[in-house]
Design a protein around this ligand. Structure first.
Ligand code: MSP
Length: 662
């Protein structure tokens, strides 16, 4: 029998910066659904990739003195590493610089031109380079980009236009007739009321002021607008318009495009209009999820506040991070990310609720029965309620996952875990164990506990790639029938002869206070860092390993390669303010080329905020972000200091922010 297919995509990521935990959000969510559908027996196609063209990338590469291709190659490699670390199970990874993609985008553009959906004219308007978006004058807010609030550039050039306006009525009708197409519903109303009903203008779809893009085959000097190029990835990856389009035939239309709320507009207006023009079916759903924010605001690469997923995964473990991302905030709403909230979740939900349940159950089976639950069992009070709760859970989880309600699905699983923990309190196995005549009842209680955990371990698989196997090892289950997704719906599949084996705590508890102090200690302030340096440069008195010390440690020199590890940049101070509760720290908002960075600096005793505004300072841009007084500091500015005074390093000639210091 042919399997049902399921096609899910993430947006393709801009490789202009390191990805932050917010980016991992979309990918982890998509991966969870892909894993779930595979467990349900679907033939899944899960696509992710990178969106590598555009003026922004070209400029960044120029700044770095490398070709755009070299620039993207390096970042794309690190993105692929990140997905490996996060155990993302994408079936394909598309790069918009891949040959096959470029060729198909050219064919799409030509087809639309030949049939009159693309025409040549002149464009005049405002362009926001960081967002790669065109705006009309009326759309600007205070003369700035309405999406990110930054400067826009007036652009006038000969361009090709896509007849977006022609599709306006069909789009409205389609959205009205297909209420599932744009989810959540609030985003559907936003698209209809804010964009579609007021009227669509034709879209400028080529550029001539830069060349890092897909060349228009029939007009030299024009490159395809990056969103037309990027959106096409969802079908070029499947071989659309190529010799082998079997995947396209098999998987298109997509079941769901998962996207952040700020790009819903591109996916529900431009993309469907392109598909209508091509005569192809539309995706079944576009789901616009909310943003993960830091207390200070958006965590995007454009606005700073980056939280490094690699550090988080290495520090707290992959499953804890994936769990937190999907549990903490309902998918669709915005939510706040904080280390404190993360650690609290790990301690309460993972270490306490799930971890303890497993370790207590395994310990009791070992203690009372030497590791295997006997077959003679007597049922008793509370069993029925436990069984009912457990057995009803898989259906609820499926229903919620089908609607991409990750947080509620996890809540259902955790209700079962709580119910099971309560069952231990109700049945009190340690009391039963005191009386030999209760042995059969005790066996039933422990079997029921192991069985509930079996069901839970199956249901958490889509969310957590590592924990289920750890549980199965401790519970002694290796029979694949007892681990199949569908078996979670049947009570009593925990194998009769399974032998439990106590192991390490699956989620060790974290000392919240100590951990937060440690994060705080990662603080580097100009005057403190000096003392720290002094301490470290003193050789340890009992260092018997001196011969192996690196040359620079021995003679006090560093090599030019060591120095090159520092990414020093000119940064312009846009804003400065005192950090409440301390007389030492200033919070600075810095412009570093196209980026905005937030830096907390220990210079408040020597500079007032007004002194610094507008100054060009030197930023150590690749310093690991730390939190100071709960505020993220993304780098450090250089200053000279002696016992009495401190002077911030500035430039003696005007230079643009973002310029490299070497
Ligand atoms: N390249 C475009 C997408 C083209 S798709 C044809 C793009 N790339 S992006 O790298 O800026 O963003 C990729 C995804 O990450 C988007 O869905 C975006 O919403 C998501 N996120 C980026 N920052 C985020 C948070 N802070 N929180 C949640 N998701 C966020 O847009």
């Amino acid at each position: 029998m042919q399997k049902n297919t399921y096609y899910i995509t993430t947006p393709i990521y801009y490789p202009s910066d390191k990805l932050h935990i917010g980016h991992s959000y979309t990918t982890v969510a998509a991966d969870t659904i892909a894993r779930y559908k595979r467990l349900k027996g679907y033939d899944v196609m899960f696509l992710t990739g990178t969106d590598e063209h555009g003026q922004k990338i070209q400029r960044k590469a120029e700044e770095k003195g490398v070709t755009p291709q070299e620039y993207v190659d390096e970042i794309v490699a690190s993105i692929k590493e990140l997905w490996k670390l996060m155990k993302i199970t994408n079936d394909k990874f598309i790069r918009t610089t891949d040959d096959y993609h470029v060729k198909t985008v050219q064919k799409i553009f030509k087809k639309l031109y030949d049939q009159g959906d693309i025409y040549k004219s002149e464009y005049e308007g405002w362009y926001c380079t960081p967002c790669e978006s065109f705006w009309t004058k009326t759309q600007l807010v205070d003369g700035k980009c309405p999406d990110c609030g930054r400067e826009v550039e007036l652009t006038k050039e000969e361009s090709y236009f896509f007849r977006l306006s022609k599709y306006q009525d069909r789009l409205i009708k389609y959205i009205e007739e297909n209420p599932d197409f744009i989810q959540p519903v609030s985003r559907q109303n936003e698209m209809l009321n804010n964009f579609l009903r007021p009227g669509l203008e034709d879209l400028c779809v080529s550029r001539t002021t830069f060349n890092w893009g897909v060349p228009v085959t029939f007009d030299e000097g024009h490159v395809v607008y990056v969103w037309i190029d990027a959106l096409s990835n969802y079908i070029t990856a499947l071989g659309y318009m190529s010799e082998d389009d079997s995947d396209y035939k098999k998987y298109w239309p997509a079941d769901v495009h998962l996207v952040g709320k700020e790009i819903v507009r591109f996916h529900t207006i431009i993309w469907p209009a392109m598909l209508m023009a091509l005569g192809e079916p539309l995706p079944k759903q576009v789901f616009g999820h909310g943003w993960l924010l830091l207390e200070g605001g958006k965590m995007s690469k454009s606005k700073g506040n980056v939280v490094d997923p690699v550090i988080l995964v290495n520090k707290y473990g992959l499953d804890a991070i994936r769990y937190f991302l999907l549990r903490e905030v309902p998918f669709g709403s915005d939510g706040v990310f904080s280390n404190e909230a993360l650690i609290n979740r790990i301690n309460s939900d993972l270490a306490n609720d799930l971890g303890n349940l497993v370790s207590r159950t395994v310990a009791m089976i070992e203690k009372y029965f030497g590791g295997t639950v006997p077959k003679e069992r007597v049922s008793g009070d509370f069993d029925d309620d436990l069984k009912r709760t457990v057995i009803e859970t898989p259906g609820k989880v499926e229903e919620l996952l089908d609607k991409l309600q990750f947080s509620s699905a996890l809540t259902e699983i955790w209700k079962t875990i709580s119910r099971t923990n309560k069952y231990i309190d109700e049945t009190m196995p340690w009391v039963l164990a005191k009386d030999e005549s209760n042995k059969a009842r005790l066996a039933a209680v422990l079997y029921n506990l192991a069985e509930s955990i079996r069901v839970v371990s199956i249901l958490i698989q889509p969310f957590m790639p590592e924990t289920p196997a750890k549980i199965w090892e401790q519970l002694g289950i290796n029979d694949s029938d007892a681990l199949a997704w569908e078996s979670a719906k049947e009570w009593g599949r925990y194998p009769e002869n399974a032998r439990v084996k106590k192991g390490d705590a699956i989620f060790p508890r974290i000392d919240l206070k100590k951990e937060l102090e440690e994060l705080e200690k990662m603080t580097i302030q100009p005057d403190e860092s000096k003392t720290a340096d002094k301490k470290e440069s003193k050789p340890a008195p009992d260092n018997d390993n001196k011969e192996q010390a690196k040359p620079q440690e021995k003679d006090g020199f560093i090599t030019i390669d060591d120095f090159a590890k520092l990414d020093l940049r000119v940064a312009k101070v846009l804003e400065a303010e005192k950090v409440e509760g301390t007389d030492k720290l200033l919070k600075l908002k810095l412009e570093v080329g196209n980026e905005i960075r937030q830096v907390v600096s220990g210079i408040a005793k020597y500079y007032s905020p007004e002194d610094l505004k507008g100054k060009h300072v030197i930023l150590v841009a690749n310093l690991k972000p730390v939190k100071l007084r709960g505020i993220e500091s993304q780098g450090m500015i250089l200053a000279a200091s002696d016992d009495k005074d401190l002077a911030v390093l500035t430039l003696d000639k005007a230079m643009e922010s973002g310029v490299k210091v070497s």
